[in-house]
Design a protein around this ligand. Structure first.
Ligand code: NAD
Length: 475
């Protein structure tokens, strides 16, 4: 594609000029982003409606509102984040001082996904700008209205020489990956993540991979009033975020067999209340994903496990909120990330068996546990590995600036949100300031056993011996 290299070279020149390092520049860009999201809110609602059928309230909750919150935090914390942080130094290194000095990495490349096309593009951008980098954003071609919106408005509100949007599909992504970057931040599928890592290896570029997987929810015994709240949160965590097309959305539920019917009834009632008006449910992104989701139901053994919903409208490209009870564990629906409005319920004899079930599969991005049982909580925390664990709710962990967001194992690596976003795009330079005073001869040759003893006391933090050596009282 023409002009890509020239545009990237322009970013590099801007970074080399030092312009993006000043607090003033960073602040002005964050304020530009803030103005953009606030003034263009209506257009954002429109493009999200067009790309994904999201209700404006859902768009505010999951995209606009989150971005505003994160910009506010970055603006109020910027000075503190940018300040060098003093660190302790051991007695033997005195007189000296040492600190961690944050410096921007340089030119960073962000890939974002289509399911939350605004927040997944802007949230890492906030961190990259706050850290003083130039930013190339490659949004997903599968949310074309949102991508075009970002490409149109970002140059109007931000410094277009330093923050650029590259519109296109896989070909554009590949072309960008051929170039040298100082960091690549990728949100998307494991398949493309592997291509990203191979390309990054060529230039030894560090990467952050925000991937997905199958996020389980464990549903333990609860009182009836608690069950209603838990069901609402479960339904909101399955169908609420973009019609189930969310990396941290609930993929499947684990429940003791004896409670399964009760859970199905609760979910059925809750889904009917929340999504009676279909405008409250976003839609499947495109024909390809619609066909993929339909194919998950095609297997007769899977289809016969449907206990609620299952209706498909080919013309409207919609699939009803669907619940399946114990579909075969070797079926595609139990082995691929569902990313759509289908919810398998898997029964276990004993709720503790959920832990083995989870551990037999790739490490999830999120685990949700509805329980009052502290023992179960500790068993999940100590006995499983995942990007996050949330007790008695779903999804809300994404909105906390104080918790890092990221995966582990096949759900990705690296993390962001809040100060973690700033850190993701920052190199903390180790700085030590020594004085030209007090030079101990024991650190230099010619060597002797005495010097060896002295060095032993240094590395053993044996300060008494050290002082005695220094005063010549120990030989
Ligand atoms: P994807 O990997 O297909 O696309 C991600 C980005 O990579 C897009 O910008 C796309 O244009 C680009 N791309 C695609 N093919 C490419 C290629 N050959 N070379 C270079 N670039 C290429 O993923 P997707 O369909 O957008 O997203 C779905 C996946 O993302 C799911 O697995 C989901 O769990 C995950 N996801 C994770 C998070 C998270 O924050 N952890 C958020 C949303 C989605």
């Amino acid at each position: 594609m023409e002009g890509v290299e020239e545009r990237v070279e322009e970013m590099r020149e801007v970074f080399r000029s030092g312009k993006t390092k000043s607090e003033k520049w960073r602040r002005s860009q964050l304020m530009g982003l803030q103005a953009m999201v606030q003034q263009e809110e209506k257009t954002i609602f429109e493009v999200l409606q067009k790309d994904l059928g999201k209700h404006p309230v859902e768009s505010f909750r999951d995209e606009v509102g989150l971005v505003i919150k994160s910009i506010n935090l970055a603006l109020s914390s910027l000075k503190d984040w940018m300040n060098p942080k003093s660190v302790k130094i051991p007695l033997f290194a005195l007189p000296a001082s040492s600190s961690l000095v944050p410096e921007p990495l340089g030119n960073v490349l962000l890939f974002s996904s289509w399911n939350f096309p605004i927040v997944l593009a802007l949230e890492p951008m906030i961190g990259a700008i706050a850290a003083g980098n130039t930013v190339a954003l490659k949004p997903s071609e599968l949310a074309p209205a949102s991508t075009q919106f970002l490409a149109d408005v970002i140059p109007r509100y931000l410094d277009g020489c330093a923050v650029k949007v590259f519109v296109g599909g896989a070909a554009m992504g590949s072309q960008l990956l051929e170039l040298a970057w100082d960091k690549i931040f990728f949100t998307g599928s494991p398949r493309v993540a592997r291509l990203v890592m191979v390309a990054a290896a060529k230039h030894l570029t560090p990467v952050i991979l925000e991937l997905g997987g199958k996020c389980p929810a464990i549903f333990d015994k609860l009182s009836s009033s608690q069950q209603e709240i838990a069901a609402r949160r479960l339904v909101a965590g399955k169908w609420g975020p973009c019609c189930g097309q969310a990396c941290i959305g609930v993929d499947y539920v684990l429940v003791e067999r004896r409670f399964a019917q009760n859970l199905i009834e609760l979910l059925r009632k809750t889904v009917s209340t929340m999504y009676e008006d279909s405008r409250n449910l976003a839609r499947v992104v495109n024909q390809e994903h619609f066909i993929r989701l339909k194919s998950l139901l095609k297997d007769p053994a899977v289809y016969s496990s449907v206990v609620f919903g299952g209706g498909v409208d080919n013309d409207a490209m919609t699939i009803e909120p669907t619940i399946l009870l114990d579909p075969p564990l070797d079926s595609a629906i139990m082995n691929e990330e569902i990313f759509g409005p289908l919810l398998p319920i898997i029964t276990v004899e004993n709720i503790q068996d959920s832990i083995t079930f989870i551990n037999d599969r790739p490490k999830p991005l999120a685990i949700y546990v509805f329980t009052n049982d502290e023992t179960l909580r500790q068993q999940v925390l100590g006995g499983t590995s995942s990007g996050s664990v949330t007790f008695n709710d779903t999804m809300v962990q994404f909105a906390l600036d104080t918790l890092p967001f990221g995966g582990v194992g096949s759900s990705g690596f690296g993390r962001y949100h809040g100060k973690f976003s700033f850190d993701a795009f920052t190199h903390e330079k180790a700085v030590m300031r020594r004085h030209l005073l007090l030079d101990l001869p024991q650190r230099y040759p010619p060597w002797s056993n005495l010097k060896l003893d002295f060095l032993r006391s240094v590395y053993n933090y044996d300060y008494i011996s050290l002082i005695l050596f220094t005063l010549g009282l120990k030989r």
